[in-house]
Design a protein around this ligand. Structure first.
Ligand code: HEC
Length: 176
């Protein structure tokens, strides 16, 4: 086989691989992307079903979904992933005093996808019906300017308390 032909064949194979990769990536849903970001980066601590490890890594399943109703809660979830958090928090009556790194290496789209996955996939029972998925543009806006660990923790303290326990329940369960 002549060298030129060989090279042409390699180029054809590479082109075919790119052609395959294009549609495959495009058809992969944002949900699947969020699931893979979660599996690769978060499940090691928060566990694959988001159940956490009692007293060590807080539970994300059927817990954080109640906060997205509040604009401050929506912002907090982006902030805690983008900027990390450390210091004592109480989740489900249990104190956690750990450290979560800022996920600076995740893109705006990856943070949107992973939060949408945790919320729609792992918080389905408590997610308000009005929930609108995060977009990369929203994450980008909420990611600037940067916050300290203490600021993120202070935000959490505020949304846990305000504006009252009834607002923390999913709309269907709320007494009117
Ligand atoms: C090395 C372990 C570890 C990894 C990996 C990790 N986290 Fe965390 N995460 C924690 C700890 C510990 C806390 C609580 C921090 C504290 O005590 O202040 C936390 C807190 C959180 C919270 C806030 C929970 C609440 O009740 O307010 C969210 C949301 C969260 N993590 C999402 C993620 C996402 C998304 C990923 C993957 C991109 C991830 N975490 C990866 C350890 C981890």
């Amino acid at each position: 086989m002549k060298r030129g032909t060989y090279r042409a064949e390699i180029m054809a194979v590479i082109a075919a691989l790119f052609a395959l990769a294009g549609p495959a990536r495009a058809s992969g849903s944002a949900y699947a992307s969020g699931a893979s970001v979660f599996a690769a980066n978060c499940a090691v601590c928060h566990q694959s079903g988001g159940q956490g490890v009692q007293g060590v890594y807080p539970r994300l399943a059927e817990t954080i979904g109640r906060w997205v109703k509040l604009p401050a809660g929506r912002a907090y979830l982006v902030h805690v992933v983008a900027f990390g958090m450390t210091g004592a928090i109480v989740s489900q009556g249990e104190t956690y005093n750990g450290f979560m790194q800022p996920w600076t290496q995740l893109s705006d789209a990856q943070i949107a996808d992973v939060l949408n996955y945790i919320l729609t996939g792992l918080n389905a029972q408590i997610l308000p019906a009005s929930f609108r998925p995060y977009t990369a543009a929203e994450v980008k806006r909420l990611r600037a300017p940067s916050e300290s660990f203490d600021q993120v923790r202070a935000e959490r303290a505020t949304i846990v308390k305000a504006p009252g326990p009834s607002a923390m329940l999913p709309s269907a369960a709320r007494a009117h």
